[in-house]
Design a binder for this molecule. Structure first.
Ligand SMILES: NC(=O)c1ccc[n+]([C@@H]2O[C@H](COP(=O)([O-])OP(=O)(O)OC[C@H]3O[C@@H](n4cnc5c(N)ncnc54)[C@H](OP(=O)(O)O)[C@@H]3O)[C@@H](O)[C@H]2O)c1
Length: 317
């Protein structure tokens, strides 16, 4: 495994981290979840990313993780970076989502119970809240850190301007922002328009979520929609109808470049995100240990020639 420093902090994260958004819920097969977590940790993936609402049902991914942690990883807690988040809809009423201190603190308490742990390593504001003063949201993160229920604070889905403001407030409070978690892949490049510059300037790390565009940037959909894929599942966030012919054509062209590099498309897509030194880690999902094996091999070839980058650019621009 390659470990990259997270911004200018003391923390290093694995170049590949594992997220439990899909495939670790109450609807999924427990033994498969367990095998994936064991395989990941054995391969040096020390960072596992969760959120209050991951499942389905919401909360069940944290419960699954907590059970497996207890069974297999108790002795290794200090070798792991566990993150969770609050901000998206979790429970009914006015306090079950967004960025109030009430929601963030109570949600973190619930997450710790579900995972059966005393603290998380990173606690995120999952999304900016247009109605709550950012000072309140950031002070809740600062409070969680001061309480020892989180070691570091993070933000997710904040625009460049929102991130700048959040980072400044956190600095004033004395709890610096460790990391930002935005969506970033060959198919989703908004972070290149200013966010990465802000993070670099302020010494904040960046972990890119959905670097495989939920599986589109793999061999999964080259020949239709497999029945066991995210796009075929009723509860998946990738919708069948969102996979267009234009996208499939791009995927096929990208796949040909990956083949020439001697890589799978998934490996090339991950290497492409990691080529920017401001990216600390790619936060992948997986539904099998075979996918994990495939993705881990990314680290064998992270370099691109100028010609390859140019060809890729003409496809994804
Ligand atoms: N902060 C946020 O708002 C936010 C939002 C979304 C995600 N996240 C985080 O990011 C993590 C990753 O998101 P994601 O699951 O969308 O990431 P992703 O890596 O873009 O997609 C993962 C999916 O791609 C497929 N896949 C992975 N490796 C493959 C391979 N080698 N070959 C073929 N298919 C492969 C699998 O699809 P199948 O399941 O179809 O096999 C897998 O479930 C989440 O778990 C979560 O921690 C954060």
């Amino acid at each position: 495994m390659v470990y990259n420093r997270c911004g200018t902090s003391g923390i290093k994260l694995p170049a590949i981290s594992l997220g439990l958004w899909h495939n670790f819920g109450g609807v999924d097969i427990f033994e498969n979840c367990r095998e994936m977590l064991r395989k990941a940790f054995d391969a040096g993936i020390t960072h596992f990313d969760l959120a209050n609402n991951y499942g389905p049902p919401p909360g069940s991914a944290e419960e699954t993780f907590g059970k497996i942690l207890k069974q297999d990883f108790v002795a290794y807690r200090d070798e792991m970076i566990i993150s969770t988040k609050a901000g998206y809809y979790m429970w009914p009423g006015p306090y079950g989502e967004w960025g109030s201190r009430k929601n963030l603190i109570s949600s973190l308490n619930q997450s710790l119970k579900r995972m059966q742990i005393e603290y998380v390593d990173i606690f995120y504001s999952h999304r900016p809240d247009p109605e709550t003063p950012m000072e309140e949201t950031m002070s809740a993160l600062d409070h969680a850190v001061r309480q020892g229920k989180a070691l570091y604070a993070g933000i997710s889905n904040y625009s460049a301007a929102q991130a700048k403001k959040a980072i400044t407030i956190l600095n004033e409070l004395g709890t610096s922002c460790l990391i930002h978690q935005p969506r970033y892949s060959m198919f989703e490049r908004w972070v290149e328009g200013g966010l990465l510059d802000v993070l670099e300037k302020d010494g904040v790390g960046c972990i890119a979520f959905s670097p495989l565009a939920q599986g589109l940037l793999t061999n999964r959909y080259l020949k239709g929609i497999p029945e066991d894929s995210r796009a075929a599942k009723a509860h998946g966030f990738l919708k069948r109808e969102s996979i267009t012919d234009a996208q499939i054509s791009k995927i096929q062209k990208l796949n040909a470049i990956a083949e020439n590099r001697g890589q799978s498309l998934a490996q090339m897509a991950l290497a492409w995100v990691l080529k920017d030194p401001r990216i600390t880690s790619v936060l992948i999902g997986a539904s099998s240990t075979a996918q994990l094996d495939d993705n881990l091999k990314t680290l064998q070839n992270l370099k691109f020639s100028a010609d390859e980058l140019k060809k890729i650019e003409t496809i994804i621009a």
